[in-house]
Every structure is written in structure tokens, then in C-alpha cells.
Design a protein around this ligand. Structure first.
Ligand SMILES: Nc1ncnc2c1ncn2[C@@H]1O[C@H](COP(=O)(O)OP(=O)(O)OP(=O)(O)O)[C@@H](O)[C@H]1O
Ligand SMILES: [Mg+2]
Length: 264
């Protein structure tokens, strides 16, 4: 219905946006640059940001664009991850049968990471998303996950993703040893007002819309309400498009944005 009404080829503002069509805001570019640096140098990287700012999307883009000859990516998104589950998931991912005993599974994991790096000449990159939900036990385990050859080297890169509270969590005295092992950290922020306008135009361009749809006042209202958080922008824009379509308006003015906001 929206497609024909606004003469679009694709539905804009969806989460299915392909990595080649992502919007390169300053904050997303910086996040990508740091993730690339961390993986290239086999470092531990902490990427934080409020919900919907684009953390998982940044990792999706990293994996999509990464050189398959050089890297082996594992992405785990499990807020209830335990050390045992971690070792099992990674070993299964690489086609291995984890040992029943935890200490043995840990040894298998270490041997596997070293083998990929030293023999396959590839860098294993393990991303743990939703890490702000991890128990202390899981956070403590990160220390052992990153300990190779008497803690003298790391054959792999570990990317921790979570909400800003994770940074504070890692500042606790009992987690200091893990915090010290994080070599790179970055906090993704919301887009600026100018970027928010450009982000919306970008999505419409990707959808191949032949003309501007949102009025200047509408764009300003969207920024004001969303503070440049991509997921919030997507939701507000999608709902306002539908509202304008139902009311037969080809231009989404501020009134449509307000109507949608008032309904939330
Ligand atoms: N660079 C980008 N270009 C285009 N769209 C983006 C970009 N970054 C994020 N988005 C959009 O914003 C949505 C939310 O991003 P994402 O899921 O990565 O957020 P998040 O920070 O991981 O949130 P959460 O903390 O809730 O997991 C995505 O589904 C995507 O549609
Ligand atoms: Mg996410």
C-alpha cells in the first residue's frame, strides 16, 4: 500500500537493510574503524551504546565486509550465556564435539583458537552481544577466555557488545582484571540532527523514492523525539508514512509525526 502510494520500489526503514546500504554516520564509521582495528590486531574491544543506536548492525557490517581468507567470525547473542555454554557454542560452531568436563572443553577451546591462528593462519573473532546481561561468573570467565600461553599472547579477537551500563559494571573492583584487558573501547551515540535528516533521506533513496517525502518541520520533529537513535527513527518514520498514506497525504508533515508520537 505504501509502496504504490509513495512510488517506492522497496519498503524503507526496515531492519533488513543490507550491509552495503548502511548509513555511514560519524559515530558508525568510528565504531567500524575501531572494530576493524581490534580484529586486525587480535584485541579485546568493548562496544557500548544505548538500545537501537546500531551496535549489532556495526558487527553485522564488520562480518559482512571482513576478508574470509583472514578471519573466522563467531557471533553469540545470548543474555544468559554461561562459561560452559560459551565453550560449547564456539566448539560446535567450528564442528567440534565439546568434552563433557568443563576444564577439558576449555582446553579444547584454547587448542582450537591457537590452531586457527597458527596453522590455518586466520584470526578467530568472537563477538558476544548483549553482554550487559552477563552474570559476574561469565564476566570473570572472560579473563580465562583471553589467557593463552601463560597470558603472553592472544590468537583471537574478542568483541563485547552491550548497553552503557556494561562500562560501569566492568569498573567494579572485582572485574578490574577484565577491564584492564580491554584494549579498545567505543560508545556509539545517537546521530546529530543533520545526520538524522541525512539518514532519513538515505533510507528513502535506498527504497528508490523519486522525491522527498518528509517536510523540513517533520524532519526536525523526528530528531527532537528520537534524539538520532536509528531504531526510534525507523519506527517513527514507518508509522508516519502509514499515517500519511491512510489520510491520502503525499507529504509527511509535522502533524503526522505528532499524531504518531501522541499514540505511543
Ligand atoms: N548505520 C546504519 N545504517 C542504517 N540503519 C542502521 C544503522 N545502524 C542501525 N541501523 C538501524 O537501526 C536498527 C537498530 O540497530 P541495532 O539493532 O544495531 O541496535 P543495537 O544498538 O544493537 O540495539 P540493542 O541494544 O537494542 O540491541 C537496525 O535494525 C537498523 O535498521
Ligand atoms: Mg543489538
Amino acid at each position: 500500500m505504501i509502496l504504490e502510494f509513495f512510488e517506492m520500489k522497496e519498503v524503507p526503514f526496515t531492519r533488513e537493510i543490507v550491509p552495503t546500504h548502511l548509513f555511514g554516520s560519524a559515530t558508525h564509521q568510528e565504531a567500524s574503524a575501531r572494530l576493524e582495528y581490534a580484529t586486525h590486531h587480535r584485541q579485546c574491544c568493548l562496544l557500548t551504546g544505548d538500545p537501537g543506536t546500531g551496535k549489532s548492525t556495526a558487527v553485522r557490517s564488520l562480518i559482512y565486509h571482513s576478508d574470509q581468507v583472514k578471519y573466522r567470525h563467531v557471533y553469540l547473542c545470548d543474555s544468559a550465556l554461561t562459561p560452559k555454554l560459551f565453550y560449547h557454542e564456539v566448539l560446535h560452531f567450528f564442528g567440534m564435539q565439546p568434552a563433557y568436563r568443563a576444564t577439558e572443553a576449555k582446553r579444547q577451546f584454547q587448542t582450537l583458537m591457537l590452531d586457527i591462528y597458527e596453522n590455518e593462519k586466520k584470526i578467530p573473532v568472537i563477538t558476544l552481544d548483549e553482554a550487559h546481561h552477563f552474570s559476574d561468573n561469565m564476566l570473570q570467565e572472560l579473563r580465562f577466555i583471553l589467557n593463552f600461553k601463560e597470558d603472553s599472547m592472544s590468537p583471537m579477537s574478542l568483541i563485547l557488545i552491550g548497553q552503557p551500563s556494561l562500562r560501569n559494571q566492568l569498573k567494579s573492583k572485582h572485574l578490574e582484571a577484565i577491564d584492564q584487558r580491554i584494549q579498545l573501547r567505543y560508545q556509539i551515540t545517537g546521530l546529530t540532527e543533520k545526520e538524522t535528516h541525512a539518514y532519513i533521506r538515505h533510507h528513502l533513496q535506498v527504497a528508490q523514492t523519486p522525491h522527498d517525502i518528509f517536510s523540513e518541520e517533520a524532519l526536525r520533529a523526528i530528531y527532537h523525539f528520537t534524539q538520532g537513535v536509528p531504531r526510534k527513527i525507523n519506527t517513527l518514520c514507518s508509522q508516519s508514512l502509514l499515517d500519511a498514506c491512510v489520510l491520502g497525504n503525499k507529504i509527511v508533515g509535522e502533524s503526522h509525526i505528532q499524531r504518531v508520537i501522541n499514540e505511543q
